[in-house]
Design a binder for this molecule. Sequence first.
Ligand code: ADP
Ligand code: MG
Length: 457
Amino acid sequence: MDKDKIWQSVLAQVQLTLSRAIFSIWFSKTVIKSIKASGNKQIVEIGAQNSFIREKLEKKYGDQLKELFDSLTEKENELRFVVWQEIKEEKPEAKGPLFSFDPQKQHQSFFFKALTKARINQDYTFQNFAVASTNEMAFAAVSAVSKKPGENYNPLFIYGGVGVGKTHLMQAVGVEMLKKNPQAAILYCTGEDFTNEIIEAIRARNTSFFKKKYRYVKLLMIDDIQFIAGKEAVQKEFFHTFNTLKQFGGQIILTSDKMPEEIDGLENRLRSRFEGGLTIDIQEPNFELRSAILLIKAKQMGENLPIEAAKLIAQRVKSTRKLEGILTRIISEKMLRKKEINIEMVNSIIPEFSSSENSFSKRTLRPDKIIKFVADFYGIKHAEIKGKRRLKQIVFPRQIAIYLLRNEVNLAYQEIGRIFGGKDHTTIMHSEKKIIKLIEESDQVRGEIENIKRGLI
Ligand code: ADP
Ligand code: MG
């Protein structure tokens, strides 16, 4: 196999255990420079775009990559991480016996293999999960299940909206079990995968393989189980899988966007099976939880995100699914501009992500309408809110209007400055920050803004 082919296969495997955003930031521009034989082993040189990525690859993914190279090439590989342009000096040969047996390493290597095989995201761990009131019950349930799978809550059924962390929590059980025993038989799939596989097996008249695969595992995770509703043959197969698995002491974890009784087209016998275990919901993450998630994700990516920046993003972006994307954009920006992360940088990136999700439509909402509405709401004149007077009862509504223009219409600071009689963009930024702070600190301000927004729809 030539080096590029090997690299493609390695990447294909790594990709299975990472989210798209994370994979793209660390691996999309990483190349393999050379593979050279050296005595009994091979020296593989991996080229990263810059030293930041180089270090990260070596530290965080070094073991996993080595493991993949070893198993693909069936040789002992030594990986050397370099920056593309760097001229490589020969490193002294590694010391020590080549084939010494290191139980710790052996365990690691089984662990990575198992993760890849099970298609589990290696970052979806309990440690990387932030717990708050919206998800603490679910967290407690999965922790209990991971300690004694098959014993307590079986099945464990977790439901909730998009991006609340269902997949993360479910897979964390898998990660935990594999950490303890990398050879544990565990399986993760989506309701859609399960459906496709059973349809294919029926078509090929070969359902015995399917049965073996799903019925005798220690942990079966089916994500978005609602997908099988309304599909008769699939539900029948799942019913038998469920019963056999449980009978042999296996644990089942299911997730769905609705609770069992609300899933249309779900067979009654399945519904009652689901309800026979523990059904638990996760609610939408609030502001504090979104901030915490950002800090955790940044740390995973090797970054120290300033808390102010995290709050700013959490304030403006409600969808957890977008948080990772934003962070990778910020990190790329940082690398590109060779600058530390700051509020201004974050501010310029957020609109790309928050544009489609806010509570009311930006196209129909005119800045003038917002300003007038806010003035009316606080009982001041339209001319006053736009004017220059610095009376407290005028300044506050003015800042609220500025905040809304920025966050709900995504107007640029300069533009807002212009609307407010030629104010400097730093003044506008200051106003926005002030309100963001107040929103966090004061229930009253938060409530007023909600009311204004509702009134504007
Ligand atoms: P769901 O399956 O409910 O749609 P996911 O598990 O895919 O949601 O979560 C979406 C993203 O948000 C993932 O990147 C996940 O890691 C992250 N996430 C959600 N909740 C949390 C949390 N409490 N702590 C850390 N990350 C979280
Ligand atoms: Mg999910």
